[in-house]
Write a protein that binds this ligand. Sequence first.
Ligand code: MLT
Length: 326
Amino acid sequence: MILFGKRALLGAGLAAVAAPALGQGAYPTRPITMVIPFAAGGPTDTVGRLLAQAMGADLGQPVVVENVGGAGGTLGAQRTAQARPDGYNILLHHIGMATIPTLYRRLAYDPINGFETIGMVTEVPMTLVARRNFPATNMAELIAHVRREREKINYANAGIGAASHLCGLLLQKALDTPFTTVPYRGTGPAMNDLVAGTVDLMCDQTTNTTEQIRGGTIRAFAATTPERIAALPDLPTAAEGGLPGFEVSVWHGLYAPRNTPRPIIERLNAALLKALAEPNLVRRFGDLGTTPVPANRATPEYHRTFWQQDIQKWRPLIQAAGQYAD
Ligand code: MLT
């Protein structure tokens, strides 16, 4: 049973607020807040800041990033679901939007119907990485070590609902071995501890790991994609390393509060499409192992359909693991 907060009902009331007809004192007339539901300096923050800059250039108003980390990305999602549906509050979130509806059974917002979709942004590969002095030099040694050490292994993630949490569930299933998870407000701060060697293992997005891997500050074992990652050509895939089926990529999408007027969603979508073609963003995404989605995947409709299908895709894994957040 999902509990809706009073404010969710309030959200519906606010929808009655007249939407400014685009053209008269055209939207936007002031800065827009983009909530990032994880700590600054992490992968979602990196994608969000590039996007905010490019969208702001098209919209003619700054898009200001606000990091609202914690509770696996649900605090930031709640902030946006309960914000005014007036076009000045948007959210960049990821695959967590597809796992949270199953992982959390008591939320103060509706994790599915509390949002309008604006469009998908990118699909970021993940990498299995460890502290530099981790006692394994390839996937086979890592598998043997984790199976031997089990709960003595400290695996960092960004909380229940995060992409790093989902990847951890998949790794435990693939290895048929439990390990200890250490939650952070984002994989930005988790990376600091991995580099410092105070946690052992993490599965994280290339937007946060590529430069560390290239710099040799962490050790990389595998990419969670069917093909090798162009930005990390020497990194084998998990299948090459002996873990076929250990595959996940982190899709990202933009959202607004439910009942944000359609003309505003369309204006935000137009700015998103412009941003995804912006040369600096495209180059930076490439440096960090990812690419913008093609335009036909960046529509509000495609985004909603893909999201709904992904909720169904991950539900059985989560139910089988029985690891609920509440
Ligand atoms: C972050 O930005 O910290 C992440 O996206 C964390 C995660 O989902 O693993």
